[in-house]
Structures are given as structure tokens and as C-alpha cells.
Design a protein around this ligand. Structure first.
Ligand SMILES: O=c1ccn([C@@H]2O[C@H](COP(=O)(O)O)[C@@H](O)[C@H]2O)c(=O)[nH]1
Length: 285
């Protein structure tokens, strides 16, 4: 199962998930000022970061908004990057946060689990309920794919709805219970399911609460670095079983900014990943 491959990477290479939230302003001058197309500039930037980090991270998360914002060329670079990660036997998470009625969800599933935009995992918004999730489960069951469902997001406004009380429980706990019920059929040898949850690394109390309630759940944890999430706090959610991957995007892919803008720029990303991994692992001992 895909979750077993991901967990194997976590154990062998560490829990860092490199966020490829690529924007033109992050790309070094020597690439940006070349005569290449936008597609090739973005891909060259991503490829350099992937080559420099593949042996020290567990997976890559691509924020689709960054590529959509650049139009067709951005999406071509998105596709090329996903295919490149696959060619290296790396693991990709497409952060697409989809949610729709089941007939449209079926098309989203096909779009992101097959063809030009095929990825290993995608993120889903559970707000529309069970039938909006079901179409993706066929791919989890038959095509070795995985999903991360938004449970408690990293942003300040996540409290507006996710912390509302329902039957004396916060809504995100109810979502967690649903995720647990969906995930039970897809548990791999690692003991984790290919259906996991997105939990922001920015809310200390909620991370403790979630770990206490859902110890066997596997988490995609954004919020480290640029959003202020600390390794110490996040270690409570990972726990002794290291049940998750920790994403950092801007913190890793802009590590070269203000420093060396030359061909070795991605070495700064590599250093950042290694430092981040050490920072996290020291709290798990
Ligand atoms: O709760 C969430 C869910 C997703 N994200 C995404 O993760 C990255 C974070 O980027 P940084 O630069 O490390 O802040 C980005 O793609 C978000 O859309 C999140 O931050 N929080």
C-alpha cells in the first residue's frame, strides 16, 4: 500500500515533506533570465530541489494553486514535476483540497489519480460529506493511491467552523471519527491507513487532543517554519510511532534567498531539510 511506502521513507529518510509551492519570484536570476519557457524555468527549479533532497525527505507536496496561477505553462510544469518525482520512485502529495458532489468528485479523482496530473496522494475537504469522498476510495482500494482529509487546518480561521461544538465535541473530532471509519478498510503492514488527516502544526492544544484521540492515524502536518509551527509542539502529534509527515514549503524552497543565487542554490534547500529533520527527530527521542 502507498502508506507503507510513505512510512518506510519516514523511517529511513525522516518525516520532512518538501513543499514545492513554486512561484516565479523564488526562482534564481540565472534561470529566470534565461530564454527558457515559463514551464521549463519552473521545472528546472523544482528538479534542482528534488535532486538535492530526494535522499533526505519522505515526500513532496505540490500546492496546485501555485501552478494554476501561472496558467497552462504552470500546469505543464506541475505535470512534469509529478512525473519526475515518480521516475525517481519518490512520493507525491497533490495539495488540491477537492470537494464536490460525487459525479464531479469522480472526475476530480480521475484527474489527479490518472493521466497528466497523477499523484500518489491528494488532499480532500470533507465538508460536503461521505458521498463526496466515496469516488476517491476506489483508487485507494484498487490503484494504490492515498488521501489526506482536512481535519484541523493550520490557519487562524480554522477555529471558525472546525472548533464548533457538535454533541459536545469539536467538529474536527467528529471529522476525525469519520476519517477513522473510512480508513479502517485500507490499513497496511505499517499499521497505518492510506486514508490520513491534515492537521496543522500550529495549534499546540489541538495536536495533543488529536494524538490522544487518534493515536493510529497518519497525519500530513503543514505549518512548520513560515507559519510558526515548532518541532517541539509537532513532536506531540508525531509521537513515538512518528505517525506523519511534516511539510515546509517557503522555509525550504526559498532557503537560497539573500544568499547564493547560482547553480548550487538548491544546496540551501538540502541544508534546510537536514536541519528541519534534526530539529524534529531530537524531540522524538
Ligand atoms: O492546514 C493547512 C493545509 C494546507 N496547507 C498548505 O501547506 C503549505 C504550507 O506552506 P508554508 O510555506 O510552509 O507555510 C501550503 O501549500 C498551504 O496551502 C497549510 O498551510 N495548512
Amino acid at each position: 500500500m502507498i502508506i507503507d511506502r510513505l512510512y518506510e521513507n519516514v523511517i529511513k529518510k525522516g518525516p520532512v515533506c518538501v513543499g514545492l509551492d513554486t512561484r516565479l519570484e523564488y526562482i534564481p536570476e540565472y534561470i529566470l533570465n534565461s530564454t527558457k519557457s515559463i514551464e521549463d524555468k519552473i521545472f528546472e527549479f523544482n528538479k534542482s530541489i528534488i535532486d538535492a533532497t530526494i535522499d533526505v525527505c519522505s515526500c513532496y507536496k505540490l500546492q496546485i494553486a501555485c501552478y494554476e496561477a501561472l496558467g497552462i505553462q504552470g500546469l505543464l510544469a506541475y505535470s512534469k514535476t509529478l512525473k519526475y518525482i515518480k521516475s525517481l520512485k519518490g512520493i507525491s502529495i497533490a495539495d488540491v483540497k477537492r470537494s464536490d458532489i460525487s459525479s464531479s468528485a469522480k472526475m476530480y479523482a480521475k484527474a489527479h489519480f490518472e493521466g497528466d496530473f497523477e499523484s500518489d496522494f491528494i488532499t480532500l475537504n470533507p465538508y460536503m460529506g461521505q458521498d463526496s469522498i466515496t469516488p476517491y476510495l476506489e483508487y485507494v482500494k484498487n490503484k494504490n493511491k492515498g488521501i489526506f482529509v482536512l481535519m484541523k487546518t493550520s490557519n487562524e480561521g480554522s477555529k471558525d467552523f472546525q472548533e464548533l461544538k457538535v454533541d459536545d465535541e469539536k467538529l474536527y473530532v467528529k471529522v476525525g471519527e469519520k476519517i477513522t471509519s473510512w480508513s479502517s478498510e485500507y490499513i497496511g503492514e505499517s499499521g497505518f491507513s492510506s486514508i490520513g488527516a491534515v492537521v496543522g502544526g500550529t495549534h499546540f492544544d489541538e495536536m495533543i487532543n488529536i494524538k490522544n484521540r487518534f493515536d493510529n492515524m497518519f497525519f500530513l502536518i503543514p505549518g512548520y517554519g513560515a507559519q510558526g509551527g515548532s518541532a517541539k509542539d509537532i513532536s506531540n502529534l508525531l509521537g513515538k510511532n512518528i505517525s506523519g509527515v511534516v511539510n515546509s514549503s517557503r522555509g525550504i524552497i526559498t532557503a537560497h534567498k539573500g544568499k547564493e543565487e547560482g547553480v548550487n542554490f538548491s544546496e540551501f534547500s538540502r541544508k534546510e531539510v537536514i536541519n528541519m529533520r534534526g530539529d524534529i527527530l531530537k524531540w522524538l527521542k
